[in-house]
Structure formats: C-alpha cells, structure tokens
Ligand binder design. Structure first.
Ligand code: SF4
Length: 248
C-alpha cells in the first residue's frame, strides 16, 4: 500500500522563514496603502466611511511611526473580498461594460475628490459591484446606506441621476441588480457631504484641528478596524478634554 510508504518516501518540514516573509508582505503592503493620505484621503470609498480610520494611519505615517501589523485573519478577510471583486469585474467586462474609470471633482480648497467607478454602462451610468455576506433581500429594502452613498457619490462625480448597484450575495448566493434614480437635491447633498468630510480630515492631517473633533464611524466598521487602540485614546482625550485643559 502506498500509505505504508508515507514517511519513508519523503520528509515534510515547515519553512517558517518563508511563512513570516509572506505574511509580512501582505500586511505591510495593505498598511502602507492606507497610510498614504494624499491618495486615500481623496477617495469617495474612504470618505463615506469612518473619518478617524482615514486620519489615524495618515498621522502615524506623518510621524514616521513603525508599521504595526494586521492579523492574518484581517489580511485574509480583505484579500478575499478584493479577489472576488476583481474576478467578477473581469467577467462583467465581457458583457460590453466599461471597466473601472476614474472621475474627479474639485473641492473648495483646490483639492479634488476622486472615485474609481467599477463599471460604466454604454450611456455613462455608473455601476457599483458589491460582493457581500449580508443577507440583502430581493426587494432591496435592507441595502446598507453606505452602499447607496457610494453609488450616489459616483453619480455625483459622473453627473448622472441614474446608477446601478450589482449585489453578489455570498451566503445563499444570488446576483441582484438594482437601479437607483437620485434627485438633484440628494446629489447636491452628497457633494456637500464629501467635500465637508474631506476638509475635516485634511484639517486634522495639516495640524489645524484635533483628531478628537472627528466623530466615530458606525459600530460595524469597528469590528474590522485596524486602529481600535488609537481610537480608544482619542475617546479618552475627548471625554476628559476639560480636565486636561485645566491642567495645562
Ligand atoms: S475603532 Fe471604529 S470609530 Fe474607531 S477608527 Fe476604527 S472604525 Fe473608526
């Protein structure tokens, strides 16, 4: 039997040096990308999420603080989402849709806000693709607000009232496609919201505002956040501001 030969025909050993190297590469790459505020601070997909999560890595980067590593679980979580997204976007391209276009609009302080729109229809309507573990229902009633804000932001960038959301439900798998028609008032609000958030975070990065002025993000974001310890310190400063000021 071949199984009797196992242990005689070959020897197996773990090569931990290479394991460490692989994990380190994944972690450092992910962290560095997030620390680059010049790039990440303009992106719609970041501006609609927790502002602290955007400011903390940029401040650490500015202060030349060493990279703190993310766990293998978190790296896997992010990379699986990214891989699914890329795989299906390539498939959709074969349908004749235009893949990933970058659009931008200026802010009040001569900076710009940019959006990497996943797909464009032939008549220039943005399509956002979301693979998700959430149990999105077929009537779309429980579509998360941040999905809608992201699509609305792309519509604001592309100057289109209409946008499409493609959902790939991972649990109980199904593709669902929703068409959104936004009002002019809503898109004006989205533009204001993005510019306001961009200027708040920029002021923190430029040292003109304290990071404790930035509100916390939604609680679901905290579950996969890389900076809960920094965030707790910010909360502490915020809660004890008057006490700390008296001591100065
Ligand atoms: S822990 Fe939550 S509130 Fe704090 S930075 Fe992370 S996502 Fe934002």
């Amino acid at each position: 039997m071949i199984t009797d030969l196992i242990g005689l025909a070959w020897n197996v050993e773990r090569i931990k040096d290479i394991e460490y190297k692989l994990v380190e590469d994944v972690q450092v790459e992910g962290k560095l990308a997030q620390r680059d505020f010049e790039y990440s601070g303009k992106r719609v997909s970041n501006l609609i999420m927790c502002m602290r999560k955007l400011a903390i890595p940029a401040l650490l980067f500015q202060r030349n603080e060493p990279v703190d590593f993310i766990s293998e679980e978190t790296a896997l979580y992010f990379s699986m989402g990214h891989a699914l997204h890329e795989y299906y976007l390539d498939k959709f391209r074969s349908l004749g849709l235009i893949r990933e276009q970058v659009f931008s609009r200026s802010t009040n302080n001569e900076d710009e806000i940019i959006g990497h729109v996943d797909l464009l229809t032939y008549d220039n309507k943005p399509m956002e693709f979301k693979p998700t573990r959430k149990a999105i229902t077929e009537d779309g009633r429980n579509i998360p607000t941040h999905y809608i804000m992201q699509l609305g932001s792309y519509c604001w960038l592309v100057l289109s009232y209409v946008g499409y959301l493609i959902v790939l439900r991972i649990i109980n798998p199904k593709f669902l496609v929703f068409k959104f028609t936004f009002t002019e008032n809503f898109l004006d609000f989205v533009g204001y919201y993005l510019r306001y958030r961009h200027s708040m975070v920029k002021q923190v990065i430029d040292g003109k505002m304290d990071i404790s002025e930035l509100p916390r993000g939604s609680s679901w974001e905290c579950k996969k956040c890389l900076y809960p310890d920094y965030c707790k310190m910010i909360d502490f400063v915020q809660q004890n501001k008057s006490l700390l000021q008296k001591r100065e």
